[in-house]
Structures are given as structure tokens and as C-alpha cells.
Design a protein around this ligand. Structure first.
Ligand SMILES: NC(=O)c1ccc[n+]([C@@H]2O[C@H](COP(=O)([O-])OP(=O)(O)OC[C@H]3O[C@@H](n4cnc5c(N)ncnc54)[C@H](O)[C@@H]3O)[C@@H](O)[C@H]2O)c1
Length: 256
């Protein structure tokens, strides 16, 4: 029998950027574990399609069109969760600008692209947290999981804006954990290594991806599935006394 601390049945989890890539896998796997999932994405059709597949497989999901940079969209996302499921147990801040960004030297990054990355990857997380906070505070419970990147610990070059934004996610996680701890809301962070999400594979040269396993203690490509156990742990009561922490899941490359 499964220890009930790990039980995710009926837990209401909002996942941003869940219409594609790793977020889509998070949504499917949490639903498979019994969670009720809000599939939020700026791409409405993609979000609808993911929710449809989950429901077709006997899970519970609802889609929300949600641009994380918009305060009103974030309010709508929280409303969708409340309307469909009546509570909000967890928020996974997964949406980001990543696979659509060119890899280039830092001085060639257009200034407006720098600003847009900060807007989506940092302001987006701030607005999403603000939108769910009143309900989590009311419940006096909640788990927020922010997604950073192991490149913060490696100092990976050629997407300087992206790496900088993901370092911000770590600081955001720590400071917010202290502010919402009194409401029994936990805030933690996962830092994935380079992961072969469908979008990453589409947007990267095969030679570049082939190199990524090098230097890892577990020297094989990282798949979205490799992140699921850590996410389930952070969403569940098994991690009830863990907050403000960043867990680096990269097969043991950067030993944070
Ligand atoms: N794939 C990797 O190698 C890797 C490594 C480390 C960290 N990460 C992080 O994991 C997360 C998911 O990665 P991925 O590979 O699936 O990324 P991705 O770029 O493929 O997907 C991001 C998702 O976010 C959505 N999105 C983009 N802008 C949005 C906005 N303004 N509002 C709402 N949704 C928006 C996209 O539509 C897409 O569905 C990201 O936070 C990424 O930074 C990925």
C-alpha cells in the first residue's frame, strides 16, 4: 500500500505552460496520480488538447487560456480552478520563454528580447503566485513549485537573459517562502538539467543535445519523466516541512 503522504488524489494543481513540452508531461502524470489539473497556457488550443486527452484517459482536467504576463489572465486562471474544483492546492510555475530563444552571444541579445524574457519568466511567476495566494491563505495550505534551471549552477552561456531569469527564480523562491510560511504555504523550486522535451528537441541541433549527457553522474539524456517524482514529492504532503529549497534534478552534473 502507498504511504498516504504521497497521495495526490483530488489535489487541485494549476500548471502554467502545460500546453506543450515538460508542462504537458507534468499535467498528464499528476492527473494519472489522481490530481485534478488546471492546464494553463498562452496557447488556448494546446491547453484544450492536453485537458481533453487527460479527461479521455479517465483523469480530471480543465483548460485555461492564460498568459502569465497578464494580471487579468492570472485572475481568470485562479477562477477557472475554483469554478471547476473549488480549491487550489498547488501551483506549478512552469511557463517560460526558453525553447523559442536563439542561442547567441550575450551582446547580440536584442534589448526587447531581454525584457520579454524577464517579463514572462519572472513577472509571470509573481502574477501567478499573487492570483492563487488569497485562496491558499484562506485554506491555510498550499504548495508552490517554481521551475528554474541547472544552468544557474553551471553558468551555461549563450542564453544570458534566460539564465539570469532562472537565477531570479531561486531568489524569488527563498524570499516568498519566508513571507507565506506563516500561512502554511510552501514554496520550492526544481532546477532541471537540459531535458529532451518535445519543444527542446525541435529547437536544438542534434549535436548539441548529444553533448548534454556528458559530465553527468548518470550519463544519459534527461527526459521530462525524470522530473516527475520530484514534482510529485513537492506537491504532496511528503514534503510538508520543506520550503524555500531548490532541488537540482540533472543526473548529477551540477552538485548543488
Ligand atoms: N527543456 C529543458 O531543457 C529545460 C531545462 C531546464 C529548465 N527548463 C524549464 O522547464 C520549463 C518547461 O520547459 P519546456 O522545455 O517545456 O519549455 P518550452 O519553451 O518548450 O514550453 C514552455 C511552455 O510555456 C508556454 N508559454 C510561453 N509563454 C507563455 C506565457 N506568456 N504564458 C503562459 N504560457 C506560456 C508555451 O506555450 C509552452 O507551452 C520552463 O520553465 C523551462 O525554462 C527546461
Amino acid at each position: 500500500m502507498v504511504n498516504s503522504r504521497f497521495d495526490l488524489h483530488d489535489r487541485v494543481v494549476i500548471i502554467t505552460g502545460a500546453g506543450a513540452g515538460i508542462g504537458k508531461v507534468y499535467a498528464a502524470e499528476l492527473a494519472r496520480a489522481g490530481a485534478r489539473v488546471v492546464v494553463a497556457d498562452i496557447e488556448q488550443e494546446a491547453a484544450n488538447a492536453v485537458a481533453e486527452v487527460i479527461n479521455g484517459n479517465g483523469g480530471k482536467a480543465v483548460a485555461a487560456r492564460a498568459d502569465v504576463t497578464s494580471e487579468s489572465h492570472m485572475a481568470h486562471m485562479a477562477d477557472v480552478a475554483m469554478h471547476a474544483f473549488g480549491r487550489i492546492d498547488a501551483l506549478v510555475n512552469n511557463a517560460a520563454l526558453m525553447s523559442t530563444l536563439a542561442r547567441r552571444p550575450w551582446h547580440e541579445i536584442p534589448v526587447d528580447e531581454w525584457d520579454r524574457v524577464m517579463q514572462v519568466n519572472l513577472r509571470g511567476m509573481f502574477l501567478a503566485c499573487r492570483a492563487v495566494y488569497p485562496q491558499m491563505k484562506k485554506q491555510q495550505s498550499g504548495s508552490i513549485v517554481n521551475i528554474s534551471s541547472s544552468r544557474v549552477f553551471e553558468g551555461t552561456p549563450n542564453r544570458l537573459h534566460y539564465t539570469t531569469s532562472k537565477a531570479g527564480v531561486v531568489g524569488f523562491t527563498r524570499a516568498l517562502a519566508r513571507e507565506v510560511g506563516p500561512d502554511s504555504i510552501r514554496v520550492n523550486c526544481i532546477a532541471p538539467g537540459l531535458t529532451l522535451s518535445e519543444t527542446q528537441v525541435k529547437s536544438s541541433k542534434p549535436e548539441y543535445l548529444a553533448e548534454t549527457a556528458k559530465g553527468r553522474a548518470i550519463a544519459r539524456p534527461q527526459m521530462p519523466d525524470d522530473l516527475i517524482g520530484t514534482l510529485m514529492y513537492l506537491v504532496s504532503d511528503a514534503s510538508v516541512y520543506l520550503t524555500g529549497q531548490t532541488i537540482n534534478v540533472d543526473g548529477g552534473k551540477a552538485m548543488h
